[in-house]
Design a protein around this ligand. Sequence first.
Ligand SMILES: *[C@@H]1O[C@H](CO)[C@@H](O)[C@H](O)[C@H]1NC(C)=O
Ligand SMILES: *[C@@H]1O[C@H](CO)[C@@H](O)[C@H](O)[C@H]1NC(C)=O
Ligand SMILES: *[C@@H]1O[C@H](CO)[C@@H](O)[C@H](O)[C@H]1NC(C)=O
Length: 392
Amino acid sequence: MALTRLLVFVLSAALPLLFSLTESGDIGVNYGRVADDLPDTASVVRLLQHSGITMVRIFEANPAVLRSLANTSINVTVMVPNEDLADVARDPSIAGDWVWNQVAVYLPATQINGVAVGNEVTTPIAFTAVTNSSPPSSGRFHDDLAQPVMKPMLEFLERTGSYLTMNIFPCFAFYDPTNHINRDYAVGNIPNPGFQDPRTGLMYSSLLDAQRDATYYAMAKLGFSGSSENNLGLAAKRVPMKQSIAETGWPARGKVWNSLEDRVHGSGRAATLVNAQAYNNNLINRVLSGNTGTPLHPDADMDVYIFALFNENGKGQGPDDIEQNWGMFYPNMTKVYEFDFHRRSWCVANAAVGDERLQAALQWACRNGADCGPIQPGGKCFEPNTMVAHAS
Ligand SMILES: *[C@@H]1O[C@H](CO)[C@@H](O)[C@H](O)[C@H]1NC(C)=O
Ligand SMILES: *[C@@H]1O[C@H](CO)[C@@H](O)[C@H](O)[C@H]1NC(C)=O
Ligand SMILES: *[C@@H]1O[C@H](CO)[C@@H](O)[C@H](O)[C@H]1NC(C)=O
């Protein structure tokens, strides 16, 4: 814990400007590089741009990657690698050097908008830190982590206005047939039979949301909760701390190496191209449409980085290991399956026609099946209260 606290303190003290957050949810991709057949970094940057990917997270602070991202509109989160953590934590001047050499020299041409401190040791934390996650309301942090690690970390994150970063992989819960999880629910296809939390009555239509809420409940049990937990008799703080998902995704093929499930049931139940495509596209569409809330926190934002950009042949136990099959692209830059990161566009009313004609058109639309509730006073889209905005 001393490690966590010191690291986060040192980095946030050294880098106040880098910790600015975007307010609404954004979607990016993890650009892992544990492979010997990946394209050069300049080609990768062109691929990102062409695909409409505006945020990447890298697992080191690789100079070639950071230089290639210069003068693009792509944001990047860099990471202090796990093997450097001890040194950086031991000595603030080493932390300062790290920040200068790995981050500051690339600014402002490269938009480095976050520094992750290690992976699955500090924050980001693995979802496996949460236990009893089904139903979500029973979620709590493992006893050996809750008081010694999570509580002081959450206090720190709250004090600094930061957010909890998690790695969440619903595919692993689905992979285990003894969990009897519906496939559409697991990948977030709507409609699906869903899952009702018997304690709260909340209905879940996505396993990812159930796991996000299990984490919110675990936070609530340590006193970090939104107002909606009041009915559980838990200490409440008004604003739920933001969760950011550093890694989530779905492998398109392969098996869990050495897994008993695989040997008994054969591979392919979970790790299929169709499931990977469904899960990642549902995720992209949710974030791009701004529909990121959970049943417990309907207004919750969700920053997400999909894992991963490429299949990485340097991982796992060979080509049939799921570890080599998380990519959305093959190393030759062909898509493994179809997906689209480009912002959805919508029509905007033409102000030049004048308010009177807009009003008439609006009334016609509202009488003929358009849902005009959100543009009534008090509705979600009432502001800005202008004819052009309402008509759009
Ligand atoms: C980025 O653009 C700036 C300003 O045009 C230029 O000075 C700089 O050399 C560019 N950096 C890279 C790495 O291309
Ligand atoms: C990139 O980062 C800047 C500064 O942190 C932020 O203003 C901008 O919205 C970010 N863009 C994206 C696409 O996340
Ligand atoms: C790219 O690689 C994949 C997987 O090896 C292969 O199926 C596909 O045909 C390749 N595409 C091109 C254009 O070479």
